[in-house]
Every structure is written in structure tokens, then in C-alpha cells.
Design a protein around this ligand. Structure first.
Ligand code: URA
Ligand code: ZN
Length: 385
């Protein structure tokens, strides 16, 4: 079967720290940084990644999986992943001064395009690697520098979107200064991958040693939930209906809280009158990675997304199966590689197999719907076919 006819498995949530970025992290003495320390047996040294606030136990082990492209391809081959849309991992350029961020963004975006372009291809028309570029989203960066970065990314053939955190230029993503940036991203057809980093203040996590569990399992998704809600409430999706936003970790808690959000908006007329739609409607405008690790969770997100437009006044009622198709068409497989590596020598990574099994296991999805989530939806969204 040729690559063009085979059903593709596409990973839309897979990270890299390019060598240029890893060098920057090694040069730093405060987080985010890569530090070197003696191994526990004293026989050598090991590198550790320290990127989160108050990170426990000296951060996390870090190695070639994060920067070596051959390791990415080996990981893809091991799990049958045909195409990856790679993104720089958090915290991107957030910590840089405005004088440095634009030139580093430009260099890293060119590096990313080369990282993809020089990898083995599946066919003359289909690479194995595409990428999300980086914007120099830091406090006080001039908006024209952001627009120049959007134009540069749009000119690089393997870059199909941008990854961004939730802080924008320091005032969040509902900052009115970002209006021209949303307009430029929508016009360029670049997919915006919204990804958390800061989570919830560490004071919320108590004194018990819970490792990375609370910041990653709860802090990350709540951060995405808040940032997306602020975008909705600021009317960004009303003003830029063609903007394509992909939410990390299946949209965090947004699907679960969307009816409560709609109710709170409806009871707050000053907010309600700003919005063109019921708050639940906006879920149908978004894309969600399928990094949820469970079939019930995927089914629930698809159901919320598929019925999103039924809350419009006078909306036609779709059949349940039409809702399911619509909802699943907004979900896209991802792995979060190289985070969550297996703790013991195993053939496949649990963080990958759980997400694939979840897609396989959703009750009531047709083969076509599963294939869409595995890769067909990504192929359409990122213009791969
Ligand atoms: N931990 C991170 O810091 N980033 C991810 O994307 C996943 C886990
Ligand atoms: Zn991630």
C-alpha cells in the first residue's frame, strides 16, 4: 500500500527541544534550565530538566529523546506513527527578554523547518515530520515583531501552525493587543496549538510530596481550561471564526465544565451580551488532542463537541450518530513524547498505547471515526493530503 492510500497514524502532540534551545537551557542557572549532576552511583554525570516552578526532586531526567531527530523517528517507528507534527516543549521563549525573543524565534523556526525537511519522507508529497513554529510571545514585545514571526512561519513549508502558552505578552491570551496576531494567524491558516506550562500556583498543592502528579494531572489541564475560557469570553472566536485552535490534553476540563460555564454566562447579562453564541457552542469551533488516556473521556469530549451547535436558538436537532461523527472529527491522536517515558524497559510506551487503546475502545464509533482520530482529521487540518 502506498503512503497516500494507507490510513495514516499522525501524532499532533509530540515535543522537541532543538539543539539550539537545549544549549540555551544548559547555559542558564535558574529555571528553565538543564543542569548536570553526578549520577547516584557517583560513576558519571547525568542531565536533568528543571522547567516547572518549585519542581520536585531535581527535575526530570532528560536526554537525546528530547533533541535527537533519530530518536524521534525511532519512537515513531516503534509505535507505527507515520507522521508527527512536532512542537517545541514548554516553556518556549516565555522567559526571554523582548530584545532577544524575536531573533531566537526566527532561528528556531528555521531550525524546525530544516529538522523536518531533512528527515526521511513517506513519499515525494508527504514528509514524516511537520512542525508548529514559535512566536516571541514575551512581555513588551512589539506586536509588529509577532506579525513578522507569523509571516516567517507561514513562509516555511513544513511549519503548519504555532504552539503557544497561556501568557501571551504577559496579560494572557485575551489581551486586546493580540487582536492583529489572531487575525494574522487565521489569515495564514496556521493552527494554534494551545499548551499549558504554569499550571495552578504551587501553594495549592499542600506539603505532601506528590512528585509531579498534581501539577501535570490537574494544574496543566486547568490552565488550558482557564486560558480557553478567557479567549471565548473575550470574543476572540466570534471575531476570528476561521481561527483554528487545537487544545492540549483534550481541552482540560473545558468539556466537563462547559454547561456550567454557559449557565454562569447566562446569569451575567453584561458578559452574555458580549457573546454571539451560547458558551457551549464554542466547543464545536475548537480542535482537541486525544491525549486523555481513557475511552470514556474521549467519548465525552466528542459528545460535547458534537452537540455544541444544538444550543443555538432554532438549531436543527442532529441524530446521535451525526453528532458523534461531528464530535470525533475534532479529535486528533497525540502522545506528548518524550514526556511520560516508560519507567522500566518495555517494548512500547504506556503513554502511547493507552491513548491508542482509548481511540479503539470508544463505544459506538465507526471504523471511519476511529481512523479520523488516528490521523485522517490531522491530515485534513494540517493539509497533509
Ligand atoms: N510535562 C511537561 O512539562 N510538558 C508536557 O508537555 C508534558 C509533561
Ligand atoms: Zn505536551
Amino acid at each position: 500500500m502506498s503512503a497516500a492510500t494507507r490510513k495514516l497514524l499522525v501524532d499532533v502532540h509530540t515535543h522537541v527541544y532543538l539543539p539550539r534551545y537545549a544549549s540555551l537551557l544548559r547555559s542558564r542557572s535558574a529555571a528553565p534550565r538543564i543542569l548536570s549532576r553526578p549520577t547516584a552511583d557517583g560513576a558519571g554525570t547525568e542531565e536533568r530538566l528543571v522547567i516547572l516552578d518549585n519542581e520536585p526532586s531535581g527535575g526530570r531526567p532528560v536526554g537525546p529523546q528530547y533533541w535527537d531527530r533519530d530518536e524521534k523517528i525511532k519512537f515513531m517507528d516503534k509505535h507505527g506513527i507515520d507522521v508527527s507534527i512536532v512542537s517545541t516543549a514548554n516553556p518556549w521563549l516565555d522567559f526571554l527578554p523582548a530584545a532577544e525573543a524575536p531573533s531566537l524565534a526566527e532561528a528556531l523556526n528555521a531550525d524546525l523547518d530544516a529538522y523536518c525537511a531533512t528527515a526521511p519522507a513517506l513519499s515525494p508529497a508527504l514528509s514524516r515530520l511537520y512542525a508548529f513554529g514559535l512566536l516571541p510571545l514575551v512581555p513588551a514585545v512589539p506586536v509588529p515583531a509577532l506579525l513578522a514571526a507569523v509571516a516567517h512561519i507561514a513562509s516555511l513549508p513544513r511549519l503548519r501552525g504555532v504552539i503557544m502558552g497561556t501568557r501571551g505578552r504577559g496579560a494572557g491570551l485575551d489581551d486586546p493587543a493580540l487582536e492583529p496576531v489572531w487575525a494574522a494567524l487565521a489569515r495564514a491558516g496556521l493552527v494554534v496549538f494551545l499548551h499549558p506550562h504554569y499550571g495552578v500556583p504551587s501553594s495549592e498543592w499542600g506539603d505532601r510530596e506528590n512528585g509531579h502528579v498534581l501539577p501535570l494531572a490537574l494544574g496543566f489541564p486547568f490552565e488550558t481550561t482557564i486560558a480557553t475560557t478567557r479567549l471565548i469570553l473575550a470574543g476572540v472566536l466570534d471575531r476570528h471564526p476561521s481561527l483554528r485552535l487545537l487544545l492540549a490534553h483534550a481541552g482540560g476540563a473545558l468539556p466537563q465544565l462547559s454547561a456550567r460555564l454557559a449557565s454562569c454566562v447566562a446569569h451575567d447579562p453584561a458578559v452574555a451580551q458580549r457573546l454571539a453564541h451560547d458558551a457551549r457552542w464554542y466547543l464545536g469551533q475548537l480542535y482537541f488532542d486525544a491525549v486523555a488516556y481513557g475511552r470514556e473521556e474521549l467519548a465525552f469530549v466528542a459528545e460535547c463537541v458534537g452537540r455544541a451547535d444544538s444550543y443555538e436558538k432554532g438549531a436543527d436537532r442532529r441524530t446521535q450518530s451525526a453528532q458523534r461523527t461531528l464530535g470525533s472529527s475534532r479529535l486528533l491522536f497525540g502522545t506528548d513524547h518524550p514526556f511520560f517515558p516508560p519507567l522500566a524497559e518495555t517494548d512500547k510506551w504506556q503513554s502511547v498505547t493507552e491513548n491508542l487503546e482509548a481511540i479503539d475502545g470508544v463505544e459506538g464509533w465507526s471504523d471511519a471515526e476511529r481512523e479520523g482520530v488516528r490521523g485522517g482529521n490531522a491530515a485534513r487540518l494540517f493539509g497533509l493530503v
